[in-house]
Design a protein around this ligand. Structure first.
Ligand SMILES: Nc1ncnc2c1ncn2[C@@H]1O[C@H](COP(=O)(O)OP(=O)(O)OP(=O)(O)O)[C@@H](O)[C@H]1O
Ligand SMILES: [Zn+2]
Length: 701
């Protein structure tokens, strides 16, 4: 290091949040041979931060020539972490696309999707890490090399599965494969297709990325991959890992050593030099959408990544998102169907139980109707399992005093505090604040305050009372807080130690329960009349999923039943559900969406604002709307007026939102790019505004 080599202008993506006004990579002075994709330390203001050397030109996010600093004023880049192979061109294109599409800065997104620990290392520490990893991997690699890629113990495919696999393999052989939508009934053996397609990719020496909605809800999928590919290098990537694990797993993927990467939405950004296949399981699941920062859809980015890397993307679902379904109808996605359950079992018979037929007693809803209890008892007698599904946790959604009408409202939110009997607390599910249950009404002193309505905790209690001797268990966010508790509770169900399982949507998804013959949804009507146009889609898929937990053992399939208690049995959604007719449901929904000009026929962005007062949040959006109307690019767009959000106040913050609707993605993108910089300026002027954010393709309205 005697003579300093000549320097040049290098562009470095640094983590500067959008609101700081820095959008593109920044200019520094660095050595000639600094490869794009290399991590470097740089100074930003007075801080030392991690940056990523970017390309010479990043489209759209560059400062105009005359705003760039002359070379003489540039700061030098600091230490480069060049022991790490640079992040690939394709990886950088993915990040660039995501940043631009979701309206964030490249640097913010690039650094946010790298493992956090990587940011804190210097070159020497990184080298030490890599060395340690080398040693561990050398041992594992010999093992992996010895493991056969074609495992011996795998089931022979059914004819339908074989046809589906052939279709996937045919795509994989193409120069630029189109994405595939694997539409398969619950229990039709979709996972087996993922496994076989993965196997074929491994045989080609490629890496496979498998995305799942929530890793702790799908321990079985992970177990099935681990079992099938025992001896192969499989790593997981999700937010439940320790920072050290996350770095180790990420490095294994980046160095090309991990053959399979299984992860949640953030794994869509895993650096994988030999990527050969992307699987997105339960592609319709809302948890693929990131809900803060860059609000990306991992499913949509997976499709884009497949296009960039020219690899097949396999989107699997029994109830595809209407977006994907529409793409399949239009021929953009290749549709592959699995229409039979493994073993030839039937889907459960759906029984729509009309609540209007029950005798009405004032103020009492008979959630546990006599016929339902009879059906449960029948299963008990036969030694079969039942699942009772209610998407509301806690004991009761509100406590109420019938003398003065006091209700357990959250002091900080426009919502009730939920009564949790187990620890006798009132808890707000929005801001998290928790209080002891009062002995008497805080307002009038009446000692007789009562729970109104019902959550899973109460349902569990009532079931145990009504069916003495039954082993009732509950699985929801409250019973599974401890690490490993969900796994052990699920294991108890699989082992037959539970007769009746009560739970929220956590139990409806993905589990391969073998002994359940009755699934009951006791109070699903709420979503029918939601102001969110996607609520019916979510309800339908949740109920199909829940129903799919019954009769998975073909021998019992004929006796399986799904029980839906509803006040609206004639509703089209339930009618389609009864026939297991996703196609009819999708077609009627798409029809409605088309006439209402909603996605997938229109493209939406939502701007949300939070303030210390209603005025602050609303006025900001009103000003934003005026700024939008002044832009010629807003012509042809629909700008809805600001409205309070469904839960208007959370943690003492007033929340408003404003919807923008466009006929095309490109039009929306062009408009946002012109408009959002003005919002950064407006924010500085709006007193009392705490934050604002834009959500492109919002999922919940
Ligand atoms: N060809 C096959 N022969 C025998 N058993 C199979 C075959 N394919 C899958 N199975 C088994 O059938 C069951 C259901 O398959 P799988 O879990 O893959 O269905 P799925 O479509 O992913 O279901 P879901 O959407 O409900 O999660 C599993 O226990 C699986 O091991
Ligand atoms: Zn609250």
């Amino acid at each position: 290091m005697s003579e300093a080599p000549p320097s040049r202008r290098v562009r470095v993506a640094v983590e500067a949040p959008q609101h700081s006004g820095l959008t593109g990579p920044l200019d520094y002075l660095g050595p000639q041979d600094l490869t794009p994709g290399t991590l470097v330390h740089v100074t930003l203001g007075r801080r030392d931060v991690m940056g990523l050397v970017w390309d010479d030109l990043a489209e759209g996010q560059d400062l105009p020539e005359d705003e760039r600093l002359p070379e003489s004023e540039l700061r030098p880049v600091g230490e480069a972490l060049d022991a790490l192979p640079p992040l690939s061109d394709r990886w950088r294109r993915l990040v660039e696309f995501a940043a631009s599409y979701y309206q964030r800065s490249i640097g913010e997104l690039a650094l946010a999707v790298l493992p956090p620990q990587l940011r804190d290392l210097d070159a020497k520490q990184l080298q030490a890490r890599l060395k340690k990893l080398d040693k561990a991997d050398a041992a594992a690699a010999t093992q992996a090399a010895a493991a056969p890629i074609t495992p011996a113990d795998r089931p022979a495919l059914t004819a339908q599965q074989q046809a589906a696999l052939d279709a996937v393999l045919e795509l994989a052989g193409r120069e630029a494969p189109q994405p595939a939508l694997l539409w398969g009934l619950t229990g039709s053996g979709k996972t087996e297709i993922y496994l076989r397609a993965a196997e074929a990719a491994l045989e080609r020496g490629q890496q496979v990325l498998v995305l799942v909605p929530e890793i702790n809800l799908t321990p079985q999928l992970e177990a099935r991959f681990a079992e099938r590919f025992a001896g192969h290098a499989i790593v997981s990537l999700h937010s439940g890992l320790t920072p050290a694990q996350r770095l180790r797993h990420w490095l294994a993927a980046h160095l090309g050593r991990a053959q399979l990467v299984l992860g949640t939405r953030l794994a869509v950004f895993a650096s994988m030099p030999r990527l050969g296949l992307i699987v997105v399981d339960e592609e319709h699941d809302p948890s693929y959408k990131q809900q803060d920062g860059a609000r990306y859809s991992a499913r949509d980015l997976a499709v884009y990544r497949g296009h960039l890397e020219k690899v097949p993307v396999l989107l699997g679902s029994a109830t595809p998102s209407l977006e994907s379904w529409q793409h399949a109808l239009g021929g953009r996605y290749r549709r592959i169907d699995l229409t039979e359950r493994i073993g030839g079992g039937a889907l459960p018979r759906v029984r729509l139980f009309d609540m209007n037929r029950l005798e009405r007693k004032k103020g009492v809803t008979t959630t546990l109707s006599v016929p339902l209890l009879d059906a449960l008892r029948k299963r008990l007698d036969r030694g079969e399992q039942s699942l009772v599904f209610l998407n509301r946790r806690g004991y009761a959604p509100v406590l109420h005093c019938d003398q003065c009408n006091w209700k357990s409202d959250c002091p900080h939110c426009s919502a009730h505090q939920v009564f949790h009997k187990e620890d006798r607390t009132l808890r707000c599910h929005h801001c998290g604040v928790s209080a002891r249950v009062p002995r008497a009404c805080p307002s009038c002193g009446n000692p007789d305050i009562a729970p109104l309505g019902r959550g899973t905790e109460r349902l569990e209690e009532q079931l145990a009372l009504a069916l003495p001797g039954a082993r009732v268990a509950r699985i929801d966010a409250d019973t599974t807080k401890l690490k490993g508790s969900l796994e052990s509770q699920l294991a108890a169900v699989h082992e037959g130690d539970v007769d009746i399982l009560v739970g929220t949507q956590m139990v409806a998804k993905g589990h391969d329960f073998r002994r359940i013959t009755l699934v009951a949804a006791v109070n699903p009507d709420g979503a029918l009349f939601s102001s969110d146009f996607r609520a019916p889609e979510r309800l339908f898929s949740l109920l199909m999923q829940a129903g799919g937990r019954a009769g998975r053992d073909a021998a019992q399939a004929a006796a399986s039943e799904m029980w839906v208690q509803t006040w609206y049995p004639e509703h089209a959604l339930y009618q389609s559900l009864q026939k297991h007719d996703y196609e009819a449901f999708a077609s009627s929904q798409l029809h409605e969406r088309m006439s209402a000009n909603l996605p997938p026929f229109a493209h939406l962005a939502l701007v949300r604002a939070e303030g210390r007062s209603v005025e602050a949040a609303r006025d900001f959006l009103t000003a934003a709307q005026e700024a939008a109307q002044a832009l010629p690019l807003s012509l042809g767009l629909l700008l809805y007026p600001p409205v309070p959000m469904a839960v208007a106040r959370v943690a003492d913050s007033e929340r408003f939102q404003m919807l923008i609707e466009a006929g095309s993605r490109a039009q929306l993108q062009r408009f946002l790019r012109a408009w959002l910089p003005e919002l950064h300026a407006l924010k500085r002027r709006q007193k009392g505004l705490t934050r604002w954010a834009v959500d492109v393709d919002p999922l919940a309205i």
